[in-house]
Design a protein around this ligand. Structure first.
Ligand code: PEP
Ligand code: CO
Length: 447
């Protein structure tokens, strides 16, 4: 049976996990109709370019750095917060490019990361039970009955908030000086003295300066010195949103989800016969699927059949999130079976979601040491099998928060309450993010 690639609504007849219980269907329909008239946030051609970059990462010729908030918030779309996030991502990329000697594919987990899958549909506090917070795209974070009612108008706010965020990012990396490697010191000015990671970065920035001066003296000037390619991504959880922002590309006649360059399916919504897999099989963006420690190799192979039947390089990324104690047992068979099948996938390590625990204070947290250990395990497994560790996927912020423990400027469990600001999972702060980047660069070089 041939499939009509343009039939983008087949998912509506399938079970869709983690969708909000919208109280007013007519209001949802109205919002979706409006979303469908709004301009694309990204172009299909940019999505294709990212696909090529991800294909390079699958061959070991590039390394993916994907990261941002666990859950973006509307209130968080400020100039300062977006700039700090971008700056941190670019600083990490510089560390990886220079210390790891590898081109870095930069993908923000931003401009659309507004919806969250939840393990429990309700939250209980002091005996009061309310619907769980599902991200700013769905309901409010405040623990009140009014705020927790899903409101479809939030889908529109999510679109506009994503547009503002992406606009700022695009401006910062074109005219805002963040694309120019000759400015690597300036990006660090607010950071140097305060933190060991900042000081280490400053030394690296001096080396980069020298290298650039040397290149100039030789008459060489690569465009990479003053242009940055930045891509956006989010978990496409709320299918009404991503479907409304899917458009047929005039060049190719093929559908793209133009709300982001890359979208992924989460660990909780990757059922083979479910709506998410069906919808993703129709769009032509590069896509990711999260794979947890219980993933059977047969499931991974079936996902490949459904999502990348033509074995197009760069189309499918598996984002593994096993946990530091499990990755060395769970990953090898998966990678082995997939590579024996001849399937081309890009492997990325999410060292965050398998390493979350609750501190005695009640805060959800993660240890930087566990995060590092999972990344080390990821490199070990791929090197043992002769496959390529294609990148990392992390949750971080550019602000000085205290959500994860450990790091060169250490935060311990008793510090968590000082600045715990996440709307969902705990994020690395800027210093911890740079620590991680230096460590990953060493791993990359030593293998
Ligand atoms: C996430 O990326 O925030 C998330 C919920 O991940 P996972 O689907 O891997 O649990
Ligand atoms: Co998360």
């Amino acid at each position: 049976m041939t499939r009509d690639p343009i039939d983008l609504d087949v998912w509506r007849r399938l079970p869709a996990a983690q969708q909000p219980d919208w109280p007013d269907r007519a209001a949802l329909d109205e919002v979706v109709a409006e979303l469908a008239t709004l301009p694309p946030l990204v172009f299909a051609g940019e999505c294709d370019q990212l696909k090529e970059r991800l294909a390079a990462a699958s061959r070991g010729e590039a390394f993916v750095l994907q990261g941002g908030d666990c859950a973006e918030t509307f209130a968080g779309a400020t100039a300062d917060a977006v700039r700090n996030k971008l700056k941190t991502l670019l600083q990490m990329a510089v560390v990886l490019t220079y210390a790891g000697s590898v081109p870095v594919v930069k993908i923000g987990r931003l401009a659309g990361q507004f919806a969250k899958p939840r393990s429990k549909p309700f939250e209980v506090r002091d005996g009061v039970e309310l619907p769980a917070y599902r991200g700013d795209m769905v309901n409010g974070f405040d623990f009140t009955p009014e705020s927790r009612v899903p409101d479809p108008r939030r889908l529109l706010r999510a679109y506009h908030s994503a547009a503002v965020t992406l606009n700022l990012c695009r401006a910062f990396i074109t005219k805002g000086g963040y694309a120019d490697l000759r400015q690597v010191h300036a990006w660090n000015q607010d950071f140097v003295a305060e933190s060991p990671a900042g000081q280490r970065y400053e030394r690296l920035a001096r080396d980069i300066d020298k290298a650039i001066q040397f290149m100039h003296a030789c008459g060489a000037d690569a465009p990479e010195f003053h242009t940055v390619e930045l891509y956006s991504s989010h978990e496409a959880l709320i299918l009404d949103y991503d479907r409304a922002l899917t458009r047929v590309d005039s060049r190719t006649g093929l559908p793209y989800d133009v709300s982001a360059h890359m979208v992924w399916i989460g660990e909780r919504t990757r059922q083979l016969d479910g709506a998410h897999v069906e919808f993703f099989s129709r769009i032509r963006n590069p896509i990711g699927v999260k794979l947890g420690p219980t993933t059977a190799p047969e499931d991974a192979l079936a996902l490949i059949d459904r999502l990348n039947p033509d074995n197009e390089p760069g189309r499918l990324t598996f984002i593994t999130r096993m946990g530091a104690t499990k990755i060395r047992d769970a990953l090898p068979t998966l990678v082995e079976k997939v590579s024996t099948s001849g399937a081309q996938v890009t492997w990325i390590c999410d060292p965050m979601h398998g390493n979350t625990f609750e501190a005695p204070s009640g805060h959800k947290t993660r240890r930087l040491d566990d995060i590092l250990d999972e990344v080390v395990g990821f490199f070990e497994v791929h090197h043992a099998l002769g496959t390529h560790p294609g990148g990392i996927h992390i949750e971080f912020t550019g602000d000085d928060v205290t959500e994860c423990v450990g790091g060169g400027h250490p935060i311990d469990e008793s510090d968590l309450g000082l600045r715990y600001e996440t709307a969902c999972d705990p994020r690395l702060n800027r210093s911890q993010s740079l620590d991680l980047a230096f460590r990953v660069a060493e791993l990359y070089r030593s293998n």
